[in-house]
Write a protein that binds this ligand. Structure first.
Ligand code: HEC
Ligand code: HEC
Length: 282
């Protein structure tokens, strides 16, 4: 009887030790990932206070989703609660970040996903798409955000909860934002005629691909290959972009409906024509 008890106890202790070691490994590797350092050049841009440039910057912030994720006043917003995902992620108050970071640091965070201390932003923030923003658009965007008064809000955060540490170790999370960008890759050309297919490609790279891309390394969402855009007439595409209603009134995922209603509603007619021409050229 005593022997049996000893064996069972020994087994229990062994199971516990293995679980503890496993969790220790998961904790260690996920924590390492968050403190990994990256490098990319700091590039300064000259900010503008021209009201037309600032207004264009605000429009870019709307179409590119800054308000959508960072809150209606860019005051910061909870992106993931710990719950099911096992991570907590807060998109930070950008009116504070714009003050805390130099312009060059802010631009590097946006284009390369690298913070001033060299650590990477987490990939909920689609920097691999913003990498493609032209110097001109970036100037308007950053001039606008830097022109905003600081508002009360939330500091950024990204932390793993125990279940999240384990999911990370199992390879269930995408890599760091900085891992998704090769700083030496060419940017998509911004030297296009407004409304042309090349203009459409610029839009696809700098915003649509935040979801409609497997980025060579990980699938961002359930968004389909954009070849499907070829099936759309100019009118149907206009309707999808402005209202979120798909071809043939089919039911589609809420994410596409939300991006249309909250973000792409700010596209100009020329931008929608550019997307149409791009899809037709595919
Ligand atoms: C899909 C949601 C999403 C969109 C769209 C988005 N962000 Fe973010 N952003 C986040 C999240 C979440 C974080 C925090 C990531 C982290 O802490 O690792 C973040 C982090 C950042 C940071 C880095 C802050 C730091 O920790 O140093 C900057 C700068 C930033 N965003 C600017 C922008 C701007 C400007 C736009 C619009 C062009 C934008 N974001 C659009 C979700 C988003
Ligand atoms: C926040 C993520 C997100 C962004 C950004 C986004 N999409 Fe989508 N899109 C989706 C998802 C998810 C679906 C899948 C909807 C479904 O099949 O239920 C979708 C579906 C579509 C479809 C197919 C609709 C159909 O008829 O089935 C088209 C076309 C499309 N998106 C175009 C675009 C274009 C153009 C852009 C950029 C201007 C864009 N999307 C940006 C998430 C996104």
């Amino acid at each position: 009887m005593n022997r049996l008890f000893d064996v069972l106890l020994g087994l229990l202790v062994a199971i516990f030790a293995v679980a503890l070691l496993g969790y220790g490994y998961a904790w260690w590797t996920s924590t390492q990932n968050l403190s990994q350092r990256y490098d990319a050049p700091l590039m300064d841009i000259t900010l503008s206070d021209d009201p037309a440039v600032i207004a264009e910057g605000e429009r870019l912030a709307r179409t590119r989703g800054c308000f959508w994720c960072h809150g209606a006043d860019l005051q910061g917003k909870v992106y993931y609660v710990a719950g099911v995902k096992g991570v907590r992620s807060i998109a930070p108050n950008l009116t504070w970040k714009a003050r805390d970071y130099t312009t060059a640091e802010f631009v590097r965070a946006l284009r390369h996903g690298i913070r001033p201390d060299g650590t990477s932003v987490q990939p909920a923030m689609p920097t691999f798409a913003y990498f493609h923003l032209s110097d001109r658009d970036l100037t308007a965007l950053v001039s606008y955000i830097k022109s905003l008064p600081a508002v009360d809000g939330m500091k950024g955060d990204f932390s793993y909860y125990p279940y999240g540490n384990i999911r990370y170790a199992l390879g269930e999370f995408p890599p760091n934002a900085a891992d998704l960008i090769d700083p030496s890759q060419p940017r998509v050309s911004a030297d296009f005629t407004p409304g042309s297919a090349e203009h459409g490609l610029y839009l696809v790279k700098s915003t649509c691909e935040a979801c409609h891309s497997d980025n060579g390394r990980f699938r961002v969402s359930i968004a389909p290959n954009l070849q499907i855009g070829k099936a759309y007439s100019a009118e149907d595409l206009q309707r999808l972009m402005r209202t979120g209603v798909a071809l043939g009134d089919r039911e589609i995922d809420y994410q596409m409906i939300e991006v249309a209603q909250h973000r792409y509603i700010y596209f100009t007619d020329t931008e929608i024509a550019a997307l149409y021409n791009y899809f037709q050229s595919m």
